[in-house]
Every structure is written in structure tokens, then in C-alpha cells.
Design a protein around this ligand. Structure first.
Ligand SMILES: [Fe+2]
Ligand SMILES: [Fe+2]
Length: 144
């Protein structure tokens, strides 16, 4: 059986899904950075803020890719609700789930981009994919 080829529309849908998750990550990490309290605030507030910055950069790369493909980039974040908590462990667990989801999302997109044959876009998205994997591992270690 012939492998179904990916078309640009499918790739745009997948990229918009990734963008929506980045927009959600920006909101979630900014929220946790503001609320994290206690002795861990010193480090975790900075950690969450760095994740905001990274997610903004990821969103920018993905958005540019959608523009390049003549698609319409979403301005809505992924619908999964963001858990509000004052407990830093809850925050880290939610962050871990989010990063796992992000790495899965980019893991699915990379083979699609490979099929399209845009090596520049592939490289840019592969960098993001490795960022997400690094975050998953970092959070796994932080959760102990
Ligand atoms: Fe990201
Ligand atoms: Fe991330």
C-alpha cells in the first residue's frame, strides 16, 4: 500500500495545534511564575519565566512557518484548562504534562515536514523538539 503523502493543509493544521499549545504554555508558565511561593519561589519563578520566554520563541518559529505555508495562524490557545494551584509540586506536574504533550506534538510534525522536503523548516522544528525533550527530562528530575 502506498504511504499517504502529507499535504500543506494537513501540515498547517498540525502546526496550528503546536502553536495553540505554545500559547497555552506561555499563559500557564506566566501564571505559575507569578503565584509560586515559599522557599522555592527564588528558583522556580525564574525557571517558569524562562519557560515563558522559550515558549514565545517557539510560538514565533511555528507562526512564521504557518505564514510561509500561506496558512492562517491561530491566536487561540489550546483548550485544556490551566490548573490554578499554590502548590509548587502541582505546578511542576502540570508543566511536566505540558512538555510531554509538546514533545509528542512536535514528534508527529517532524515526519510530516520531512515528507514536504523543507529542510530549513525541519531543522528549526527539530531544535524546538529537542527543547521540549530537555524540558521533559528536567521536570522529571525536579519532580524526583
Ligand atoms: Fe515549546
Ligand atoms: Fe516547552
Amino acid at each position: 500500500m502506498l504511504k499517504k503523502m502529507v499535504n500543506n493543509d494537513e501540515l498547517i493544521v498540525a502546526l496550528n495545534n503546536a502553536l495553540a499549545w505554545e500559547l497555552r504554555a506561555i499563559a500557564m508558565y506566566a501564571h505559575y511564575s507569578a503565584y509560586v511561593s515559599g522557599i522555592h519561589r527564588l528558583q522556580l519563578s525564574v525557571f517558569f519565566n524562562n519557560e515563558v520566554t522559550e515558549s514565545i520563541a517557539h510560538a514565533s518559529t511555528v507562526r512564521s512557518a504557518i505564514v510561509k505555508l500561506h496558512g492562517k495562524a491561530t491566536t487561540e490557545r489550546a483548550e485544556d484548562p490551566i490548573l490554578h494551584s499554590m502548590d509548587f509540586r502541582d505546578m511542576l506536574e502540570e508543566a511536566h504534562k505540558t512538555e510531554l504533550k509538546a514533545s509528542e506534538t512536535y514528534g508527529k510534525i517532524l515526519p510530516m515536514v520531512e515528507q514536504i522536503g523543507d529542510s530549513e523548516l525541519f531543522d528549526a522544528l527539530e531544535v524546538i523538539y529537542f527543547d521540549e525533550l530537555r524540558s521533559v527530562e528536567e521536570l522529571r528530575m525536579m519532580l524526583g
